[in-house]
Design a protein around this ligand. Structure first.
Ligand SMILES: [Zn+2]
Length: 168
């Protein structure tokens, strides 16, 4: 019997793990973390809750915000590609990262425009633009128009919803 591995939607059915993650905090098996799989990921919050750590779930699915200056990625100079911690979607190259001093990892452009979803956000009495993962709709952070050249944009991203795949 031939089953398409990539379409396995079963949270506990995948025994085969091919991931080489650099995420020591990751202590749960997340079958939806598939950097090479480009299809949109639609998963219920109940299932996300089973496969994401509480910290990732809080930001990604409940639009929470990590405390500023707590992410090791904020000052990190690692060279590679930042991916969505929920689904593995490539989001930002490390060469688009800059030190904003705002307390969260900051980038001036995404890896591709389609990597992100942009949504007006009027919560908390502010007018902002929310950015979500273009593949799984995880909440990532916000984009502001006070960034450096060449884009003038500042993607202010919660580090907890990022993983880095270091360049070889
Ligand atoms: Zn994602």
């Amino acid at each position: 019997m031939l089953t398409l591995l990539s379409f396995s939607a079963c949270a506990q059915g995948t025994s085969k793990s091919k991931t080489t993650k650099n995420t020591p905090m990751e202590n749960k098996q997340n079958p939806y973390y598939q950097p090479n799989q480009k299809d949109t990921v639609v998963v219920t919050d109940a299932i996300w809750k089973q496969v994401l750590s509480p910290e990732v779930y809080y930001v990604a699915r409940e639009k929470g915000t990590e405390r500023p200056f707590t992410s090791p990625f904020e000052e990190s100079k690692e060279v590679g590609t930042y991916h969505c911690a929920a689904c593995g979607n490539a989001l930002f190259k490390s060469n688009a990262k800059f030190s904003s001093g705002c307390g969260w990892p900051s980038f001036f452009e995404p890896i591709t425009k389609a990597a992100l979803i942009y949504t007006p956000d009027h919560s908390h009495g502010m007018s902002r633009t929310e950015v979500q993962c273009g593949k799984c709709k995880a909440h990532l952070g916000h984009v502001f128009e006070d960034g450096p050249p060449p884009t003038g944009l500042r993607y202010c991203i919660n580090g907890v919803v990022l993983t880095i795949e270091k360049d070889k």
